[in-house]
Design a protein around this ligand. Sequence first.
Ligand SMILES: [Zn+2]
Ligand SMILES: [Zn+2]
Length: 86
Amino acid sequence: MLTVCHRKPHPLDEGSVPMLCAQCDDSARGVCRFCGRGVCATHHAAMPFIITVFGAEPPKSIVVGGTLWCQVCRPQPEPIHMPELA
Ligand SMILES: [Zn+2]
Ligand SMILES: [Zn+2]
């Protein structure tokens, strides 16, 4: 049983500012899982979201299908090598 308290104020709440769709400025129905843009009912799309990749030969991944996607950003299908952070 999951109980959610809606009365608890959150310091990061946007207050009275409604989130808008990144493409048409209509009121957003949700937020892109990948980039955080707002997306309306017209401009959202489903995209598999890879939570994690593990193992080798062959590697396996845990994927959530039907993740909300804004169609604007471009999630990369492969992990990006970032040697400068190593
Ligand atoms: Zn839109
Ligand atoms: Zn996005």
